[in-house]
Design a binder for this molecule. Structure first.
Ligand code: URA
Length: 229
């Protein structure tokens, strides 16, 4: 009977030096031909579009209905997402879930993904410290985000932070200035701009943290209204 590896075993495996496997020069044909999110997810398991596959445990593809009305886009999987193979299941994901709940958005009905689908980190002792993906990695992985958007055809995408906004809009934008607003892309997709929920986690002062949570909740309530529009 198959057994589920323990988190400790997964972490040990994740810390092993990367195997030297030559990268294929082209994407597997299945990726181009994928006609459903399930097929795209399978094809993305072998992605070699940038070098991050060498250090990450696995590709963390998006999750949610293939006909979702809204697609939420984060930056990249974190430590726990890398081990679980699912987006937004760690501390930022729990913060995100609780705020979606308060805004009456059912996570099971929306699609949640990331701009970059492999975890980028710096090893520090036994810990793996998040490292921001660079513009080349974001550009390389945009192929998959475009594929997800092509297949799902949402009416709204929500950029959670600057990396997601950069990927969705094809250029860096000032997130704090544009926060709470919608930018319409040439293809008609509306992109709602907000912060990344991990920002709330990083605030130490309780009053400031609560205020930032409230601001993010206000943004999610706007998203809820836009979903209906
Ligand atoms: N942060 C992200 O941007 N995505 C995740 O999946 C988890 C944390």
């Amino acid at each position: 009977m198959a057994t589920t590896p323990s988190t400790t075993a997964l972490r040990r495996e994740a810390r092993r030096p990367a195997r030297r496997v030559p990268a294929p020069e082209t994407e597997p044909a299945a990726a181009e031909d994928a006609s459903s999110i399930g097929e795209a997810r399978e094809a993305a398991k072998g992605c070699r579009r940038c070098q991050l596959w060498r250090i990450a445990t696995q590709t963390v593809f998006g999750e949610g209905p293939g006909n979702a009305e809204v697609v939420f886009v984060g930056e990249q999987p974190g430590d726990q997402e890398d081990l679980a193979g699912r987006p937004f299941v760690g501390p930022a994901g729990r913060m995100f879930d609780s705020i979606l709940d308060d805004a009456a958005i059912d996570r099971r009905k929306v699609y949640v993904t990331n701009a970059v689908k492999h975890f980028k980190f710096e090893p520090r002792g036994k810990r793996r410290i998040h490292s921001k993906p660079n513009a080349g990695e974001v550009r390389a992985c945009r192929w998959w985000l475009d594929k997800e958007l092509d297949l799902i055809k949402p009416s709204l995408a929500v950029a959670l932070g600057s990396t997601a906004a950069q990927s969705l809009l094809g250029k860096a934008v000032p997130v704090l200035k544009l926060r709470g607003g919608v930018i319409e892309r040439e293809d008609g997709l509306r992109v709602f701009i907000t912060i990344h929920p991990s920002l709330i986690l990083r605030i130490r002062e309780p009053a400031d943290k609560d205020a930032e949570r409230e601001r993010f909740l206000k943004d999610m309530r706007k998203v809820k209204r836009l979903m209906a529009a």
